[in-house]
Write a new protein. Sequence first.
Length: 149
Amino acid sequence: MVLGPETPVDLSLVVPVVVGAHIEAELGDRATAQWLADQLTDELSQREPGLRAVVCTDLWYLNDDRLRSRPAVSVGEPELNAYTAFLADKLPDVYSVKDVLIVQLDLHGVDLVAACWGRDAIATRQAAQAFAERYMTGFCDAVANLMSA
């Protein structure tokens, strides 16, 4: 589905994929965030029609109460993404390669948020791929369960 500028977005059906508003994040992490949003949308739409992931900046996300109440995935290192910086000491590491990359996620589904980041854009891409391969199905199941509750 392609939305034009005149198409309103129903934020109750959006899972934000948050990327930093920093120029290095725009250049290095936005493509990864869009790839992950596409993967999430494919999974989510199978469970709940209309549910989709949308890439947005950390500034938009952190300043919009409606988005902050949604399940979300942050992409990019804490130095470039304020949302990742916020989550870094609040979520457990579920997958990591020492000094290279980290995937953080509450596996118990209490907080439906995750962070995927690495020491650079390449490692961040690898973290997002690890999230998609290892945790995305469970994350999407939890999001769909939340929607149907």
